[in-house]
Design a protein around this ligand. Sequence first.
Ligand code: ADP
Ligand code: MG
Length: 323
Amino acid sequence: MNEFDLIAHLQQRFQAHAQSGSHVPAVGIGDDAAVLNVPDGRQVVVTTDTLVSDVHFFSNDSPADIAAKSLAVSLSDLAAMGAEPAWFFLAISLPQPDLKWWDDFITGLLEMATTGAIQLAGGDTTRGPLLITITAMGLVENGQALRRDGAKAGDLIVVSGQPGLAALALQQIQAGKIPTPEVANALKQPQPRLALGRALIGQATACIDVSDGLMADLGHILKASACGAEIRLRQLPRIAAMSGLDDASIWNLQLAGGDDYELCFTLPPARQEYLPELQKQSGVALHVIGTVVAGSGLKLLGDDGEEFQPDRSGYEHFSTRPA
Ligand code: ADP
Ligand code: MG
């Protein structure tokens, strides 16, 4: 097994996928660079993310899960911009060429590429510590991309799915417990909210994907939009798997836990009536959790308007030194 065998195997397993669907590259894997056709009237949305072993996943996680999650986080960024996935590039370094590991990895990658209807257009394969960088490209109608800077005072703040569930899984694993499959899947098999992102075009005033914790990521919208917000903590989605925990533990998980890959967006109050339709189109539960206000800062309101102080604000790579 050498570099070229690995690439050939990947290309062969992606062959059927590469020949079907839209956005087939004009020149794909096999030349020095890819050539891609951009349809008239659309812009290219590009995102890149690196996943590091034992930071973003456990090195003994299944190769299929590692691959699917690596692509899912990039698809989640495209979803947050309202883009339709088109192409991705996989740069991977591997400690050794292991055909079984590689084949399982490709299985997970193919599955997520099928979910996202995205074409593998190229990449790079090297020897080194296990490290995966995916660059994904999507298409959006000219000028229509969802951004972080459009929220206005009075807008509703909405979040999809079950924020905090992935953080619960991580907490249980770190405590030596085995999470239920539903809880574990939130961490190991996140699902990008692509249909929701597309449906939010022309509706949401701002949007972000929640990867570093709801509070931190909503904070990015507020900063970009020069607004503040009030979150009513009782309106956060109720999560059955957290029913044994006290309010503060639940809120800490939901506000500051990372790895959710849900969308958080702002919606003018006049469009609240579309929420059931948005929920139907996107197949994911939507919860209004608060309101954008004039000024700055985030108020977390518990019962009787009492303010809640979370333990930490969210995940930040340089906040602690590695051991
Ligand atoms: P170069 O030496 O010109 O960089 P490579 O030998 O690295 O070429 O790559 C040959 C072809 O295989 C290119 O089209 C490249 O995009 C593709 N490729 C290499 N590694 C990967 C990978 N991990 N995933 C997808 N395509 C890959
Ligand atoms: Mg190369």
